[in-house]
Design a protein around this ligand. Structure first.
Ligand SMILES: *[C@@H]1O[C@H](CO)[C@@H](O)[C@H](O)[C@H]1NC(C)=O
Ligand SMILES: *[C@@H]1O[C@H](CO)[C@@H](O)[C@H](O)[C@H]1NC(C)=O
Ligand SMILES: *[C@@H]1O[C@H](CO)[C@@H](O)[C@H](O)[C@H]1NC(C)=O
Ligand SMILES: *[C@@H]1O[C@H](CO)[C@@H](O)[C@H](O)[C@H]1NC(C)=O
Ligand SMILES: *[C@@H]1O[C@H](CO)[C@@H](O)[C@H](O)[C@H]1NC(C)=O
Length: 354
């Protein structure tokens, strides 16, 4: 009697213990045949997948139906199904999450600030996808979006038709940025240089390969063909252009009449460079020239002349010597000559005395 009661109490106690300490339920993202670890340990879902809830009953990973929230969305669990039955929330425009599977209950987890897509590019959100420009699609060459932060999924949002940068200007695309034709966004070549064509692509002045024709030369563009001086035509001797970079097709543009360099000076062309006398170089000391010289002539026989001498007769015998005034004959040592004369005279005087 007492024995039966004892067994009954013992069974109750056993059930009590078993019922108050049930085997642990499988946590979310794991599963087992019983939903707990009584028969076998809980199995992890494949990486990146999750179960809909805790205590998931299943034989294989097909019960792992829940995917993580993608970058740019978040939920309390980080997956697209949370314990509150909510799906992933979108980050506010212009922000994103640092990675997929971001868990959180407020947009504060969207802690990456995106950049608006630049003018000339677009994206579904109008923003890039990582804050460093990725994810914006560029418009095809020669077209652009009217504004930054353009929302779109194809080139139809590139409604702006751009104009080629004019000759003498360049840009990274070869086009202006606003289609106005004023060259907005095109960088001008520095003065005296130009590009061979319109629509020149470049990021620095190295694409400005043409050089202005020198004064006294002209071309249809005012520039040479290739930076080596070819393509400029020289004015005929004695004429010049008023400026460098002269645009012209024939000699009628050579409106400046040059002067021959005056005696005592020279130039490579024998003319001045401006019709006013500049560009002629004074002859150096011990040289001379007549009018219209391309170089100065040196004095001979050690004769010397001052700078700017205009004739050979300016070449005189050096100090201590003498010679004809023709400017060319050799000179003789006058001082030692007179000393000799003195000695010879003395010799004859002494001869007379004895
Ligand atoms: C942004 O949030 C993530 C978690 O969502 C965190 O790991 C990261 O450190 C945060 N970054 C900054 C700059 O706060
Ligand atoms: C660049 O383009 C502008 C606008 O057409 C033009 O005025 C300018 O001369 C160009 N620059 C050069 C160096 O040619
Ligand atoms: C200018 O013309 C002269 C004469 O033809 C030529 O010798 C010179 O090389 C030309 N210079 C340039 C920069 O074109
Ligand atoms: C020549 O000199 C005159 C007067 O000094 C000046 O007006 C003119 O511009 C000069 N011409 C050149 C080509 O330099
Ligand atoms: C020029 O002077 C040098 C040194 O004074 C002398 O040796 C030489 O003979 C001179 N030449 C003539 C042509 O007088």
């Amino acid at each position: 009697m007492n024995k039966k009661l004892f067994v009954f109490i013992a069974v109750l106690c056993f059930l009590e213990v078993v019922l108050s300490n049930p085997p642990p339920l499988c946590p979310p993202c794991t599963y087992s045949a019983t939903g707990d670890s009584s028969s076998s340990p809980c199995t992890n879902c494949p990486s990146g997948l999750c179960t809909k809830d805790a205590a998931t009953v299943g034989q294989d990973p097909s019960v792992c139906t829940i995917k993580p929230c993608p970058k740019g969305k978040y939920s309390s669990s980080g997956f697209d199904y949370s314990q509150f039955g909510l799906f992933c929330n979108n980050c506010p425009p212009g922000t994103t999450t640092a990675s997929s599977q971001t868990s959180g209950n407020s947009p504060q987890v969207c802690n990456v600030t995106l950049k608006a897509c630049a003018k000339g590019s677009y994206s579904a959100s109008g923003y890039d996808t990582d804050g460093s420009g990725a994810g914006c699609t560029a418009c095809t060459a020669g077209t652009s979006t009217p504004n930054i932060q353009t929302t779109g999924t194809d080139q139809s949002v590139c409604t702006l038709t751009l104009k080629a940068c004019p000759k003498g200007n360049y840009s990274s695309s070869g086009f202006d940025t606003d289609g106005s034709g004023s060259g907005a966004g095109c960088t001008p070549c520095t003065a005296g240089t130009s590009t061979p064509n319109t629509q020149t692509k470049g990021i620095d002045q190295s694409v400005c390969t043409l050089k202005a024709c020198a004064k006294g030369n002209y071309s249809a563009s005012g520039f040479d063909n290739d930076g080596s001086g070819t393509g400029c035509t020289g004015c005929t001797a004695g004429t010049s252009t008023p400026n460098t970079q002269t645009i012209g097709v024939d000699q009628s543009i050579c409106t400046v009449t040059l002067k021959t360099c005056p005696a005592g000076s020279y130039s490579v062309s024998s003319f001045d460079t401006d019709g006013n006398g500049s560009g002629c170089n004074k002859c150096a000391v011990n040289t001379y020239s007549a009018q219209g010289a391309t170089s100065c002539t040196s004095c001979t026989n050690n004769r010397t002349s001052p700078a700017g001498s205009t004739a050979v007769t300016a070449c005189v015998c050096p100090q201590g010597t003498s010679g004809p005034t023709d400017g060319v004959s050799s000179c003789s040592t006058t001082s030692s000559g007179s000393i000799n004369t003195l000695f010879i005279s003395l010799f004859f005087i002494l001869m007379c005395l004895f």
